[in-house]
Design a protein around this ligand. Structure first.
Ligand SMILES: Nc1nc2c(c(=O)[nH]1)N[C@H]1C(S)=C(S)[C@@H](COP(=O)(O)O)O[C@H]1N2
Ligand SMILES: [Mo]
Length: 415
């Protein structure tokens, strides 16, 4: 059985290799021809740029299009800029491409002047310097960060053109810092402590309440991202990372934690970041990001240029745990087949999936469907609308569709 599968897979790949060889050779521009085999290219004939040309390395000048996209907003300091998921590989978002959601601009904080205060229902209120925090036992975890407003722009109709615009409020980094539990333990929680208020040090007065169980379970107070100190946009010098929960509670430029016996009902958890339901009631404290996935290649704005083998590739994630399985459909959800997951599949991190596809040149409808380890299955758009209606702004996680025309053009469609 296995060997039959291997044989047919090999035959498929051989066919695919032939097909792609026939279609991918890019047309030559006259000025390039001298650099192609069997000539010696220009860049082998002279010395290259000096060692340490950029003491802080930069991407190649040929990658200039791989940038964040700032969505139009009323004020320059309020709004979002989105991660270019269509250009990324693997699962880690380079620090310079992590999406931004700013409510009051990016403060420029001198870490020597930054303090973290912990007070309220604790036995011993404390204030730490950055240096103090760097001396606590540290942990590193790879975790996704997703704004709960991600994908909600297209709730009513497919206005976004590409995956950067549909799903770009999503990133995944290795974060390093101190477990919040360690800091709470230092101060000593009083017996009635139930909620912790986190306050950011930007001009927006960003504050959110977090249940004490989650604070003790896995919330991190982080100072580093992908091996270096946080970027200013991501909360330098200190922020919360709340594994699997909406980005809004990952308070940046963290300056104060206050322990109480009830939630604090701040602006960001009453007027905003609540979910209006079809019956007119509103869900509050809907923290967890439910399982979701999206195909990033091919995706909106791409063009499939040849018949034959293509690797469909995308990302899956769940705030409730590990991704267990991703299915891919090329016919709008009539038939599903299981995609391969890139190991290791990490808890509450992005997971890369891949699916071998032979495009026959006819119109197709690509979809992916994630299932997490709790057994939760990503809903269809119809299920999502039936449950949530059209008046909500957060936590849209329905299956995404990309239409492929016979011309190879890929567009955002909704089914
Ligand atoms: N202090 C502060 N924290 C904040 C915000 C903010 O504007 N100010 N925005 C929140 C929102 S809505 C999200 S989605 C995440 C985004 O984190 P990022 O900008 O690092 O991607 O930060 C959250 N933390
Ligand atoms: Mo957000």
């Amino acid at each position: 059985m296995a060997s039959t599968q291997n044989r047919s897979r090999r035959a498929f790949l051989e066919r695919a290799a032939l097909a792609s060889a026939a279609f991918t050779a890019a047309p030559l521009r006259a000025q390039d021809a001298g650099n192609l085999p069997s000539n010696i290219p220009q860049w082998m004939k002279i010395q290259g740029e000096p060692v340490n040309w950029h003491p802080y390395g930069l991407p190649s000048e040929f990658e200039k299009r791989v940038v964040k996209f700032k969505r139009a907003s009323v004020q320059p300091t309020e709004g979002v800029s989105l991660t270019p998921l269509q250009h990324l590989h693997g699962t880690i978002t380079p620090s310079g491409l992590v999406f931004e959601r700013q409510h009051g601009g990016v403060p420029n904080i001198d870490p020597a002047q930054h303090r973290l205060m912990l007070h309220g229902m604790v036995r011993r209120p404390l204030i730490w310097t950055m240096d103090d925090l760097l001396h606590f036992p540290s942990v590193s975890r790879v975790l996704f960060l997703e704004c709960s407003g991600n994908t909600s722009r297209d709730w009513r109709s497919p206005v976004s053109k590409d995956v950067q615009q549909t799903h770009g409020l999503l990133s995944c980094c290795e974060w390093t810092g101190v477990p919040l539990a360690t800091l709470l333990d230092e101060a000593g929680l009083q017996p009635d402590a139930r909620w912790v208020l986190a306050e950011g040090g930007d001009a927006s007065g960003h504050t959110r309440s977090l249940p004490v169980e989650k604070c003790l379970e896995d919330i991190l107070v982080v100072y580093a991202q992908n091996g270096e100190m946080l970027r200013p946009e991501q909360g330098y010098p200190l922020r919360l990372i709340v594994p699997g929960w909406e980005g809004n509670v990952c308070v940046k430029w963290l300056r104060r934690l206050k322990v109480g016996d009830a939630p604090f009902h701040t602006r960001q958890e009453t007027s905003r970041y609540t979910d209006l339901m079809p019956d007119g009631s509103a869900r509050q404290f809907s923290f967890a990001m439910e399982a979701k996935s999206v195909i990033t290649r091919p995706s909106g704005g791409h063009r499939v240029t040849y018949r034959g083998f293509h690797e469909i590739s995308g990302l899956a994630w769940s705030g409730q745990g590990r991704i267990r399985r991703v299915d891919v459909s090329t016919d709008g959800g009539r038939n599903w087949r299981e995609a391969a997951l890139q190991e290791p599949v990490l808890h509450r991190a992005l997971t890369r999936f891949r699916f071998a596809w032979n495009w026959d040149g006819s119109a197709a409808l690509l979809q992916s469907r994630a299932m997490d380890e709790t057994g939760y299955v990503q809903p269809t758009r119809a299920q999502m609308i039936a449950l949530r209606g059209f008046n909500s702004r957060y936590h849209y996680n329905a299956i995404q569709s990309w239409g492929i025309a016979a011309s190879g053009e890929v567009t955002h469609v909704q089914v």
